[in-house]
Design a protein around this ligand. Structure first.
Ligand SMILES: CC(C)(COP(=O)(O)OP(=O)(O)OC[C@H]1O[C@@H](n2cnc3c(N)ncnc32)[C@H](O)[C@@H]1OP(=O)(O)O)[C@@H](O)C(=O)NCCC(=O)NCCS
Length: 156
């Protein structure tokens, strides 16, 4: 029997869990495309509290397989703002299923193309799943550290 898979809305009880999933995913997947200083700065001065606003808006969703958290996504109408799969859970189709869920959710209430800002390592994943690159972007971190990104859209 294939492993179970479900996506549920995150609650404020999940703030630390989401933070842990996010750190795990970045450490597992992003080191190939970002240097040591960027990896160090990624979560500087961050905690579960950074997700509170999105959770309170009902915008953050957790994927579980066999009852264990395997990733999460955050989206708003016309925007997928985060999508991360735990390192040990990657390569099993959970990222694609989370992305399809997020595309459907972000499509509700917006007729515009769906935007996202991809980390460098995930660009090929999003291209593979129907997104196209618009150009470079970046995230800013304490100490003036910049994390280069790729601005992408999905035209429905
Ligand atoms: C990118 C990420 C979400 C992929 O999740 P995943 O669960 O490992 O991916 P899946 O197993 O669902 O793969 C789905 C498809 O995409 C392909 N794919 C997955 N990662 C890929 C990559 N880095 N490059 C190209 N294709 C990729 C798979 O081969 C698969 O192809 P198929 O549909 O032909 O079978 C995951 O690696 C991750 O969380 N990375 C770090 C997060 C991140 O940087 N997010 C961007 C910020 S928004």
């Amino acid at each position: 029997m294939p492993p179970s898979f479900a996506i549920r809305r995150a609650s404020v009880a999940d703030l630390d869990l989401v933070f842990r999933l996010h750190v795990d995913s970045v450490q597992a997947h992003c080191g190939s495309h970002y240097d040591e200083a960027q990896m160090q700065a990624w979560f500087a001065e961050r905690s579960g509290e950074n997700y509170r606003s999105a959770v309170e808006q009902g915008a953050l969703w957790i994927a579980e397989s066999e009852g264990e958290p395997v990733g999460f996504t955050e989206f708003f109408p016309g925007l997928i703002s985060m999508l991360f799969v735990r390192g040990t859970s990657s390569g099993r189709g959970w990222g694609r299923r989370l992305l399809n869920f997020a595309i459907t959710g972000a499509s509700a209430g917006s007729a515009d193309p769906i935007r996202l800002e991809s980390t460098l390592n995930a660009e090929a994943f999003y291209r593979h799943n129907g997104f196209e690159a618009l150009g470079p972007g970046h995230l800013s971190r304490p100490g003036g550290v910049l994390l280069p990104t790729i601005l992408m859209v999905h035209r429905r």
